[in-house]
Design a protein around this ligand. Structure first.
Ligand SMILES: Cc1ncc(COP(=O)(O)O)c(C=O)c1O
Length: 498
């Protein structure tokens, strides 16, 4: 217990009574009135609320620690030049909320219930890159977002949406959207699309997590993933308590021998355009994969993250169309409209349907209805098809620009994978290696790139290779920026090949 107390004006007061309920008693380190001065000079209408907010923040941030005695309302009002009523009201409000405690006639104290938020260990938002050229894959061109058509759909929805559709939604999604999605996916991706078995989700990521939780509840603790593959899959299954088993691939898809030997009964795959190698599963491997799933009574999650974009022919239909009871199919608008919309779909095999819907319900009670109604309208009016065509044209042109620039500035390099999606794999000739040195040089020149080894589980085995293999995202860059970026990379390593 302290022997004296400094009041807000810095005057020394008599030793205070012990805080009600006990607890350590402290000085006011920083005079409280200083913390509150800006709030006290707020416009009269907002002054009371501002004072309360400032006091709350001072307690929350730890600047006023538990046990600290606050000045009397009369003193504080005089020091701040505000009415005593405002201070009394603030004390009463914060006492009711648990920030302060007051004892009859014993004054007002900072309560012990509040805990300061921990400092952030890391920023949760993705880092924005200040690279001079950024080839990191995964991002579409969000500047192609059809703002005018979206705004028109939004106005239409707000004008027409029946009141009852603003209530809690069916956790599967609005029937109107599921019907429109069924039509789209059957037509464009060859899926067997029953609107009753579609669940509107916030993206392939949520579809993967939901499925992970459902498999976990069924006692499944391991799921196979492609190696190389998307780190997203590992992270999402891990969050559901399911570990991932990396499985080797060749240029036809997952190798069935190692898949059988692994003992897993579920796998996640990207058959239309494997991430990141860019191969498409062969017809033979698709059949073998489904034979395997039936033989172990298992499931395949088909991640169709960029299956809409194919530049040399019509996209190959989804695996799900071959066996809708073994394959759960997931897709989203992240590559065609914008990842920030967080809107996707999961088509569920019948045996998992009820559990998936229940899991979605417990996660968030269903997807936001206004967004769903808007997207339904967007689909029905042909706006989404128009957008896909627009992206297809832009991305094809960008891919061509990248392939051309690589041929010009890195002669002898090989672009592998099918002409599809939003990225390519570029294998540069051995003379540009070793990879570590190449990466250090282009990074120093301000070019952001990812090597293929970033996506392999068996990284150690790859690191000694002389060649350089890059996963280059191009969809978010204009052709001229692509050419400039490749030139920048070439200059960074020019005249200094390994
Ligand atoms: C292979 C793959 N699957 C899924 C996702 C995540 O998709 P969504 O935004 O639909 O959750 C990504 C994101 O880039 C991806 O690359």
């Amino acid at each position: 217990m302290t022997s004296s107390e400094t009041n807000p004006a810095g005057r020394t007061a008599k030793p205070p009574a012990p805080p009600p309920g006990g607890g350590p008693e402290q000085h006011l380190g920083t005079p409280a009135w200083e913390l509150l001065l800006p709030a006290a000079s707020a416009p009269a209408r907002a002054r009371g609320r501002s004072l309360q907010a400032a006091l709350r923040e001072a307690v929350r941030s730890g600047r006023l620690t538990p046990g600290t005695r606050l000045p009397s309302s009369r003193d504080l009002a005089a020091d701040l030049g505000v009415s005593r009523g405002l201070i009394t009201e603030a004390y009463e409000q914060l006492t009711a909320e648990g920030y302060l405690r007051s004892g009859r006639g014993a004054g007002t104290w900072v309560g012990g219930a509040v805990r300061a938020a921990r400092p952030r260990a890391h920023d949760l938002a993705p880092r924005s890159t200040d690279a001079r050229a950024d080839f990191v894959p995964g991002t579409p061109d969000v500047s192609l977002f059809p703002r005018a058509a979206w705004a028109a759909a939004q106005r239409g929805v707000l004008a027409e949406l029946p009141h009852h559709e603003l209530g809690y939604p069916d956790p599967r999604g609005l029937p109107r959207l599921r019907t429109a999605l069924a039509e789209l996916l059957a037509r464009r991706r060859g899926v067997v699309a029953d609107p009753e078995r579609i669940v509107v989700v916030s993206g392939v990521s949520q579809a993967t997590a939901v499925l992970g939780f459902v498999l976990h509840a069924r006692g499944i603790r391991e799921v196979g993933v492609e190696d190389p593959g998307s780190p997203q899959h590992d992270a999402l299954y891990a969050a559901a308590g399911v570990s991932t088993v990396p499985l080797p691939m060749d240029d036809e898809g997952l190798l069935i021998g190692p898949l059988r030997e692994s003992g897993v009964r579920s796998v996640v795959t990207t058959p239309a355009h494997q991430f990141p190698t860019g191969i498409a599963y062969s017809a033979r491997r698709r059949t073998e994969l489904l034979d395997w799933a039936r033989s172990v009574d298992g499931f395949v999650l088909e991640d169709d993250y960029d299956g809409d974009f194919r530049y040399d022919r019509a996209p190959v239909g989804a695996l799900q169309g071959l066996d809708p009871e073994r394959v759960a199919y997931a897709g989203s608008v992240s590559k065609s409209l914008a990842p920030g919309l967080r809107l996707g779909w999961l088509l569920v095999p019948e045996p998992l349907a009820e559990e998936v819907v229940e899991r979605k319900r417990t996660m968030d009670l269903g997807h936001p209805t206004l967004d769903q109604a808007l997207f339904a309208r967007f689909l029905e009016r042909g706006d989404y098809d128009r957008q896909l065509r627009r992206c297809q044209r832009a991305y094809r042109e960008r891919r061509d620009a990248l392939v051309g620039a690589l041929a010009e500035d890195f002669p002898g390099s090989e672009v592998t994978g099918i002409a599809a999606g939003l990225h390519v794999i570029a294998a540069l000739p051995e003379r540009y290696g070793p990879q570590e040195r190449f990466l250090a040089r282009v990074a120093a020149a301000g070019v952001a790139v990812r090597p293929l080894t970033d996506y392999t589980h068996a990284r150690a085995g790859d690191s000694g290779r002389p060649g350089v293999r890059l996963v280059l995202g191009y969809a978010h860059l204009s052709p001229s920026r692509i050419r400039a970026g490749v030139r920048l990379m070439a200059e960074a390593v020019a005249g200094r090949p390994g």
